[in-house]
Design a protein around this ligand. Structure first.
Ligand SMILES: Nc1nc2c([nH]c(=O)n2[C@H]2C[C@H](O)[C@@H](COP(=O)(O)OP(=O)(O)OP(=O)(O)O)O2)c(=O)[nH]1
Length: 132
């Protein structure tokens, strides 16, 4: 049976209506695909604490989680992911790409110009739909 993982991802928006997109590096799983920064929820951890912790660890900045964006389960070849996307704002610091190959702020209407990790596609489509 495939392993199931629970992952939180931050949809971080700035004042210009842009969303922070992160490029997975060559040496990560799902290399060279774009994602929302985040990571696995730890045993007994709530999703809002998990996303604040992951962003501190990964981007070295502090966020405030505002609301749930969407949840989607996707089956990859080797595992199943329950991806929980959470809207957030930066409250302290500037995101640094400590693990990712690149970070970019992109207008919501241009989000589909990137190649997203397959599990992220519904979250991206929802963001684009909400612009129109
Ligand atoms: N952080 C994050 N991970 C995502 C997204 N979409 C998606 O399929 N994933 C996958 C990539 C990873 O396999 C897993 C998240 O794991 P992680 O970020 O905690 O850890 P990792 O890269 O060290 O994972 P791994 O190489 O050990 O499998 O979920 C997303 O939007 N954000």
């Amino acid at each position: 049976m495939k392993k199931k993982i629970k992952v939180v991802a931050a949809v971080i928006e700035n004042d210009q209506n842009e969303v922070l997109c992160a490029l997975r590096s060559n040496d990560m799983s799902l290399p060279n695909m774009w994602e929302f920064p985040g990571g696995k929820v730890e045993e007994g951890e709530d999703i809002y604490s998990a996303i604040v912790r992951e962003i501190e660890e990964e981007l070295h900045c502090k966020i405030k989680a505002t609301e749930l964006h969407n949840e989607h389960t996707h089956e990859y070849d080797t595992f199943i992911i329950e991806l929980i996307a959470i809207k957030a704002e930066i409250v302290e610091g500037t995101p640094q790409p400590t693990e990712h190959a690149k970070l970019v702020w992109l207008n919501k209407e241009n989000l589909d110009s990137l190649v997203w990790a397959p599990a992220d596609v519904p979250a991206v489509e929802l963001l684009i739909d909400n612009v129109n």
